[in-house]
Design a protein around this ligand. Structure first.
Ligand code: IPD
Ligand code: CA
Ligand code: CA
Length: 265
């Protein structure tokens, strides 16, 4: 498949970091059985992947700014462009040797996401999109699933955990969604969850709170695959609110409605 120069740059950076993470996953799996566990090793793996991506993208597009999970905001001279990067999304999975994790790279131009790459190196799955050019899984064009009845749908989510999120409020939402759908999945990588909506493996997704680097690439992938997304009030302030609700047009609307319901029993 012929890719644009821009996507090539992004894919190259992701692939290089992906090779590093895939190597480190092997060591993490060995360290599981050690008393100390792989915690420090994973922190190193995460940083190494971020350094690789930062170096590659800075070299290919000098002057572009960055928003990265570890480095935070790095202003660029260019002022128009910003890379939004999560070098390892699904850290908890990675730490446990679960091969559901990804590198997520998005390019924002004047506040609009124009290109996206998500790579799961353990499964060799590469998701790419450019604004107006469609979305692809490896070389195959992606479309969101066509199901229109919530009762047939598998919906992804992110559950809050120790020290994170509003547990009581989430339980109400989960109860509403589980009562109306074929099932809920919690896979542990928001970037991949959004890719799975884009390629129709899941029919919808919701989570809060997420950071821009968790969702920037996935948002474009879903839009380019014909999907819809918003914050929980139906607006487009996903970065500001940290909320995301996604699906095809019908399921997105139905999910928004279901999430808002008070508990009926
Ligand atoms: C996390 C994953 C997870 C989501 C969390 C994120 P990280 O990112 O995307 O699925 O539920 O909210 O923070 O920490 O693995 O990069
Ligand atoms: Ca991360
Ligand atoms: Ca993340």
């Amino acid at each position: 498949m012929a890719r644009s120069a821009l996507l090539n740059v992004m894919v190259q950076a992701a692939t290089k970091a992906g090779r590093s993470l895939a190597r480190d996953l092997g060591e993490v799996q060995n360290l599981q059985v050690s008393l100390k566990g792989p915690g420090d090793y994973v922190t190193q793996a995460d940083r190494k992947a971020e350094d690789i991506i930062f170096t590659e993208l800075s070299r290919a597009r000098p002057g572009y700014g960055f928003l990265m999970e570890e480095r935070g905001e790095v202003a660029g001279e260019d002022g128009q462009h910003r890379w939004i990067v999560d070098p390892l999304d699904g850290t908890t999975n990675f730490l446990h040797g679960l091969p559901i994790f990804a590198i997520s790279i998005a390019l924002e131009r004047q506040g609009q996401i124009v290109a996206a790459v998500v790579l799961n190196p353990a499964m060799d799955e590469l998701y790419t999109a450019e604004r107006g050019g469609g979305a692809f899984l490896n070389d195959r064009r992606m479309r969101v699933a066509a199901r229109t009845k919530l009762s047939d749908c598998v919906i992804g989510t992110g559950t809050p955990h120790l020290g994170r999120g509003h547990h009581g409020h989430y339980l109400v939402e989960m109860r509403n969604v589980m009562g109306e759908t074929a099932g809920i999945r919690r896979l542990g990588s928001a970037a991949l969850d959004l890719c799975y909506v884009a390629c129709g493996r899941m029919d919808g997704f919701w989570e809060e709170p997420l950071a821009p680097w968790d969702m920037a690439a996935g948002m474009l992938l879903i839009r380019e695959a014909g999907g819809f997304l918003s914050d929980k009030s139906g607006g487009q302030d996903m970065f500001g609110t940290g909320q995301i609700v996604a699906g095809n047009e019908t399921i997105h609307r139905a999910l928004l409605k279901t999430l808002k319901k008070p508990i009926s029993e």
